[in-house]
Design a protein. Structure first.
Lengths: 536, 315
């Protein structure tokens, strides 16, 4: 016991030191500064009162089958189970918060200086310094397709033992946000080289937990990292079992097999809530379900027709019938969890207004068949949808009925590969879903989907206004960037680049024994060092 | 016997070659790109250049026939390739999942036989009795009920309500009970109906009348003379059912989070992990060919009149 409390005090002292040195760096830093030191969002973890570490085991029913733990192949599992840490971490507002870094400041348009927190150690006890971080980032850039795409770097230089200088290819890249991505997790390259292939099952990283047992595709068991640099994780052990079926997770929770069911379906929420042993925690995800509109087709080039489409859809009906209430009606491109923008009110469900807009665009039902025409051509729409997200085909059917009310006849085509189908251009509208935040930054969503040169702009959105704002945002510093992204969301909404439908929610079913669980909008962070379990 | 065994052994590679060509072609026809599916599964909205980079890294940019020949070349050297997702060898991943699948398959088959043999025999011996009626009704229900539905009902009853057994997962014998029941009950239903029908037919045969005429007890007559003959068609179904079970019960394994080959194959199909899919298919085809061979051996044991090589005469 004595050992433990001495150890805890030392840890506390070191953490304080780390926080202190971070604050100094932050205070001295000129230019752009991201996040502050060990802030409120850092998983400060902690010890049970009295200095005794909890012996509790948390059993998690995971939506994912645990994959490789080598973050340079796929970083998601290692991040989700508490093994991996990055230089920065996404706070609850998604802003990057220093984690292994003590801070990051921008020296000029392309150069950043990143301090490494002192006292950080790998799980094998070796210290993490600037050279180790450099080696880890270089390994990620060498091996990970994801890191290569996100982290476009010209150079990584060692300034001193605890400071890196990083030069980006493009000006004003949101580097600290990108460095939250799991593919950039800091690993011990020395251990990776020594262990070879075994590293994928027994990685040496810096997180509050270390691997006890890992079976790819089945189960990952992690235990408290005894040489964790921060205050220790609150649990002795966590067991993550891949349960890809929603019913299985819910039943396993009810049966007492697990303490936490990751993302349960909205339809299962009342069942869990009715049971006094459990709680349901919710968060808004970073997704938006949306309708692609084919701007290349003549009928949809008229903004009034697109606005009519946006007014014709009853989003509350989608939330109720398609998602059992597990979503909020969307107003702009971004859910508030991704970026809170004011002044975007979206489109109210208003059939009369929609009809009026169509009439204004020259569409009327002259032959009385219920479908509006212009120049003798009826307004027909081929609507694509796909089944991977089960609510999307349901959405398509509801939208089909709602469009009929304003005289648009939509026919639904269910496809297997939505990306390929969209690329053919042979469609009018399509239901789909997008993760709006990539590498901690929502700008890429606009650049890829809504910029006229966007690489995923299969709807051929072409708006000069939108292009300008998106281009400005790409090179704008800090807060200005956020404002410009909000402007882009506003324009994209007003001009109906897409029809925004709903922001889905995330639900977690947890046993009341679980403590300190507050879901993060990014479900990769659903677990952190704050989670504990009372030993009743 | 030896000749027959050799013949079968020679046919195995031919079957495997055929199966692998068909799978490869089907995967090529199916929509979806492995590189994109993989990047998407990592939580991103994959950009075309990232997809392209991964495609060339995974050597997916070569034409399908070239990829097939490359794959075949490696397989002939005993290398089933590497999973796109986990980057570990497919053979190793298959081997690590095989024990769980074998365990479940054997347990489910034991459940099936433990129910079907007595139920089928008793039903046939007392046709249209109350016992027969109940057995037939249950068999009908078992045939009609999809295994995933049965699985959820079993979990509700035994794990959630009664708390006797764990709901999902693996590791202890208790974990095996529910999935084995979910799979075994369906097979039991099929076997019961088949055994009953087959035994009824045999019981009407002349040699059975002779057996009774020479004063044999009903029990002896049925077990010594009727059952062996009635088992011929049943053995075939046992063989194919066991093949199904060994191929992994994708849905039941998914529901019970059972770490077997079915779940492995399903995940691979969703991710378009071609190497894994091919590996799974080869394994499944091998299992079927070997089981067919075993079924043939059983035939000969049950009915010595049948000769290997001319087993067309078998019922």
């Amino acid at each position: 016991m004595d050992d433990v409390s001495t150890w805890g005090r030392r840890r506390l002292f070191e953490s304080a030191l780390a926080i202190g040195s971070g604050a100094v760096l932050a205070a001295c830093a000129p230019g752009q500064q991201t996040g502050e030191t060990g802030g409120t969002d850092r998983p400060a973890g902690g010890q049970a009162a009295g200095g005794q570490l909890s012996q509790a085991t948390l059993r998690v029913g995971a939506t994912f089958n645990p994959g490789t733990l080598d973050t340079a192949v796929d970083g998601n599992t290692a991040l989700r189970v508490g093994l991996a840490e990055q230089l920065f971490r996404q706070g609850r507002d998604l802003k990057p918060v220093p984690q292994i870094a003590s801070g990051g400041k921008q020296l000029d348009e392309r150069t950043w200086e990143i301090g490494i927190r002192s006292g950080v150690k790998f799980s094998d006890g070796t210290p993490v310094d600037a050279a180790a971080v450099k080696a880890s980032l270089e390994r990620a850039l060498d091996k990970s397709a994801q890191a290569k795409t996100l982290l476009r770097l010209d150079d990584i230089r060692l300034k001193d033992a605890t400071t890196l200088q990083v030069v980006t290819q493009a000006p004003n890249l949101p580097l600290t946000a990108i460095l939250t991505d799991s593919s950039t997790s800091i690993v011990s390259v020395k251990a990776a080289e020594q262990l070879g292939e075994a590293f994928a099952n027994r990685p040496v990283m810096t997180g509050p937990y270390i691997v006890e047992r890992h079976v790819t595709g089945q189960e990952t068991v992690v235990v408290r990292n005894p040489s964790y640099w921060g205050s220790p994780g609150k649990l002795a052990r966590m067991v993550f079992t891949g349960m890809t079926d929603n019913n299985s997770r819910v039943l396993a929770l009810q049966a007492g097999d697990i303490d936490l069911a990751q993302t349960i379906a909205a339809a299962s929420v009342p069942v869990i809530q009715a049971d006094p042993r459990f709680l349901v925690k919710e968060a808004t995800s970073l997704r938006v379900h949306k309708v692609f509109v084919n701007h290349a087709r003549e009928a949809w080039q008229d903004v009034r027709v697109r606005q009519a489409l946006a007014h014709a859809i009853d989003r509350e009906a989608l939330v109720k019938a398609g998602m059992s209430g597990g979503a909020n009606a969307a107003t702009g491109a971004l859910p508030p969890s991704a970026l809170a923008c004011s002044g975007i009110s979206g489109f109210a469900y208003d059939v009369a207004k929609a009809r009026q807009l169509l009439a204004g665009a020259g569409y009327r039902d002259a032959d009385g068949d219920g479908v509006v025409e212009k120049d003798g051509r009826p307004l027909l729409a081929t609507m694509l949808t796909f089944k991977t997200r089960p609510e999307l085909p349901v959405f398509a059917e509801i939208i089909q009925a709602q469009l009929r009310a304003i005289g648009i006849r939509a026919s639904i085509r269910v496809v297997d590969d939505i990306t390929a189908a969209l690329n053919t251009g042979d469609w009018d509208i399509a239901t789909s879903s997008t993760q709006t935040v990539q590498g901690g930054d929502p700008l890429a969503f606009f650049q890829n989907y809504m910029h006229s040169r966007g690489r995923l702009n299969s709807g051929k959105v072409a708006s000069t206004r939108l292009d300008q704002v998106v281009d400005q945002a790409a090179t704008a510093p800090g807060d200005r960037r956020a404002q410009l992204i909000c402007d882009a969301s506003k324009i994209a909404t007003e001009e109906v680049a897409f029809v925004w439908l709903v922001y889905p929610k995330l639900y977690y079913g947890i046993s009341k024994q679980v403590t300190g669980f507050e879901p993060h909008p990014n479900d990769f962070y659903f677990m952190d060092a704050m989670i504990g379990k009372s030993e009743k | 016997m030896l000749t027959y065994f050799l013949q079968r052994l020679i046919s195995l590679p031919i079957v495997l070659l055929g199966v692998s060509v068909v799978t490869f072609a089907l995967m090529g026809l199916a929509p979806g790109d492995p590189a994109e599916a993989l990047l998407r599964s990592q939580g991103g909205e994959p950009l075309p250049e990232a997809v392209q980079a991964l495609r060339s890294e995974l050597r997916l940019d070569a034409p399908a026939p070239v990829r097939y020949v490359r794959w075949l070349g490696r397989v002939l050297q005993g290398d089933l390739g590497t999973s796109y997702r986990s980057r570990s060898p497919v053979a190793q991943e298959l081997a690590s999942r095989f024990p769980a699948t074998l365990q479940l398959a054997v347990a489910a088959m034991l459940v099936a036989l433990a129910i079907a043999l007595p139920a089928g025999v008793l039903s046939a011996m007392r046709p249209n009795s109350r016992l027969d009626l109940v057995a037939r009704l249950l068999a009908l229900a078992g045939n009609a009920m999809p295994s995933f539905w049965l699985a959820l009902l079993l979990i509700m009853l035994f794990a959630v309500t009664l708390r006797w057994l764990p709901a999902v997962g693996g590791g202890t014998p208790a974990h095996l009970v529910l999935p084995a029941l979910a799979l075994g009950l369906g097979v039991a239903a099929r076997l019961t109906r088949l055994l009953r029908a087959s035994l009824l037919e045999v019981l009407r045969a002349d040699y059975m009348r002779t057996a009774y005429a020479k004063g044999l007890h009903e029990r002896t007559a049925v077990t010594r003379h009727a059952l062996k003959n009635a088992l011929l068609p049943v053995v075939t179904v046992i063989g194919t059912s066991f093949g199904d079970l060994l191929s992994g019960a994708a849905i039941v394994e998914t529901i019970f989070a059972w770490p077997g080959i079915g779940r492995y194959a399903i995940t691979a199909i969703f991710l378009r992990d071609y190497q894994v899919i091919q590996g799974c298919v080869l394994y499944m085809a091998t299992a079927f060919v070997l089981l067919n061979f075993l079924v043939d051996v059983c035939y000969r044991w049950l009915d010595p009149r049948l000769h290997f090589g001319s087993h067309e005469g078998a019922r």
